[in-house]
Write a protein that binds this ligand. Structure first.
Ligand code: SAM
Length: 289
């Protein structure tokens, strides 16, 4: 069986390399910033003691461990991620903490054998990077028991997340988007499920029923101070991607970009950090069997 779909190879290369490095480096901020979204999602899908859960695109495994606590010793959570380094780091952390009801698997969700009989497939920002989302979600559905549920958190549009778009607009003034680059890109990208109609069509085509998109907006912590927030903006997200793809051209003007971005985000600084308004869909659905 294929381990990575040909059309996902580039994204998997990105997630296994440079994007892993960046997520690991900024984990201190990211884990805190995005946690309210998964907390809201747990409230909607209500993982129960004894359930078996698949954590799709589990990354460093924060949601995997939270779900493991909810399903308890009689349940099990399997975290799957295409990035081997994410899986290794997550598995090491679970082992170091003596967590026994989790397991981690390396695989491309679009083609991997995911197993079967899960009660819940959960994902926090792990389903927007598949080249063929219908095929991937169909694969996820086939791993669920009849009546099993899907719960995934995905970004709403760039415009609904003006704080993310703002950085990209600043960087866009100084850098050309290269037509060709050796740098791998992350696939369809963080906003690929932002359109409610498209996403509900994808989920429907994957065979799910009872589809609902719940809008979830939060106050989002970009960093404890402006320097940290700008460091993350320049590493991850639309501005970070533009800088990464521009390579040397961006490096030559890094101090200028830092200064311009700091000005652009100054109004979001509060005494307790840099806070933005962030917006997602939490998509819930069921496997009819
Ligand atoms: C934005 S990160 C989110 C990580 C994690 N769910 C969290 O909330 O911290 C996206 C994750 O999806 C994974 N991913 C991307 N494409 C994938 C694929 N085709 N199959 C499995 N995982 C994939 C990446 O390796 C990455 O860990």
């Amino acid at each position: 069986m294929e381990t990575v779909a040909a059309d996902n190879e580039e994204a998997v290369e990105a997630w296994s390399g440079v994007l892993f490095d960046r997520w690991a480096k900024h984990r201190d901020v990211l884990a805190v910033s995005i946690r309210p979204f998964s907390d809201a999602a747990y409230g909607l899908c209500r993982p129960q003691p004894g359930e078996r859960v698949l954590d799709v695109g589990c990354g460093l495994g924060e949601t995997t461990l939270a779900l493991a606590e909810m399903v308890g010793p009689d349940g099990e959570v399997v975290g799957i991620d295409a990035g081997e380094r994410f899986v290794d780091a997550a598995a090491e952390e679970a082992a170091a903490n003596g967590i026994e009801n989790v397991r981690y698997v390396t695989g491309d969700v679009q083609v991997a054998d995911l197993g079967s009989g899960y009660d819940l497939a959960f994902s926090r920002f792990g389903t927007m990077f598949f080249a063929s989302p219908v095929a991937a979600l169909r694969n996820v559905r086939s791993s669920l028991r009849p009546g099993g549920r899907l719960c995934m958190v995905v970004w709403r549009s760039k415009l609904a997340n003006e704080w993310l778009h703002r950085g990209e607009l600043v960087v866009d003034q100084y850098l050309e988007r290269p037509e060709e680059t050796d740098e791998p890109t992350c696939g369809p990208g963080p906003f690929s499920m932002a359109n409610a109609d498209t996403t509900s069509d994808i989920v429907t085509a994957a065979g799910f029923t009872d589809i609902a998109l719940h809008r979830c907006d939060i106050d989002y912590l970009m960093g404890d101070d402006l320097d940290k927030a700008i460091e993350v903006v320049m590493a991850i997200g639309p501005a970070g991607e533009l800088i990464r793809l521009a390579g040397d051209e961006a490096e030559k003007i890094r101090p200028k970009l830092e200064a311009e971005l700091s000005d652009a985000y100054a109004d979001l600084v509060r005494d307790d950090g840099v806070w933005a308004h962030a917006s997602t869909w939490i998509v819930t659905a069921a496997n009819p069997g």
